[in-house]
Design a protein around this ligand. Structure first.
Ligand SMILES: [Zn+2]
Length: 254
């Protein structure tokens, strides 16, 4: 069995706020007098998760959520059901450190839920996830189906591969394509590269691959039509592109 690799996301040097002495002094007074530190301590900087970890946002957040289809919430006792691997001791320590910081509203374990791809990640959450019911869960996975004010901070990732964001994108591309039954099953390399350029900018896009009109030919083959939808399964296509079925070149450039 290959060795498990660990990637700790904690920022190497946490800079102290400039008024640290005053903050410490106040917090001693607050606790000595029996006030609640939660209501009386003014050290807001130390309560900010971004002081310790980098927030995951935008495209990268979408990519990771599409890869890690499921999440397990600590506060709901769901970690008891986590059975995909034996979590390394160092990872348990990293998660425990994040827990005792008191900066997160929730701690989650994200997983691809496929035994062949064990590459889980522990994530700190600030704010609250609101699950949206309007999304096709079966397709997207529960992790992706969130709205609300939640912010996500990766704490630690472990596994045998620890894929880069590029490798992750490569893995996702074939899954984001739906092929018309009228086309042979194999997606030409050129078309895959074209779709990859879309997915790496808009991970939530879904691409429907179909035959193009009979007159569109390039490289001696009938071209393919790509419908690119970013709003959901049943939504009309945002964009229709005709690409060469062999080399994947956009017809606009022929
Ligand atoms: Zn071509």
């Amino acid at each position: 069995m290959a060795e498990v690799q660990i990637l700790d996301y904690r920022k190497p040097e946490v800079e102290e706020p400039s008024n640290q002495q005053e903050v410490d002094h106040r917090s001693q007074l607050v606790s000595a007098l029996g006030f609640s530190p939660q209501f009386q301590c003014v050290d807001e900087v130390s309560l900010d998760a971004s002081r310790y970890y980098e927030e995951l946002t935008g495209r990268d957040l979408d990519l990771w959520m599409l890869f890690h289809r499921s999440f397990y919430e600590k506060s709901k006792g769901e970690w008891e059901q986590y059975h995909f691997d034996r979590v390394p001791t160092q990872v348990l320590e990293d998660i425990s450190f994040a827990d005792q910081l008191g900066v997160f509203d929730e701690l989650e374990i994200w997983t691809p839920e496929r035994r062949s791809e064990i590459d889980p990640m522990a994530v700190g959450v600030v704010g609250e996830r609101t699950v949206t019911a309007q999304i096709d869960w079966a397709h997207w996975g529960s992790n992706t189906c969130h709205s609300g004010n939640a912010r996500f901070f990766p704490i630690v990732r472990w596994g045998e591969s620890l894929m880069s964001i590029e490798e992750l994108t490569d893995q996702l591309v074939p899954r984001r394509i739906q092929i018309s039954p009228y086309l042979p099953g194999l997606i030409p390399q050129g078309v895959l590269s074209f779709v990859r350029s879309i997915i790496s900018n808009t991970p939530r896009a879904r691409v429907f691959l179909d035959k193009a009109g009979v007159f569109a030919k390039h490289c001696g083959e009938r071209a393919s039509r790509l419908e690119i939808r970013t709003r959901g399964f049943a939504s009309p296509a945002d964009k229709t592109v005709t690409v060469c079925a062999v080399c994947g070149e956009n017809r606009d450039n022929w």
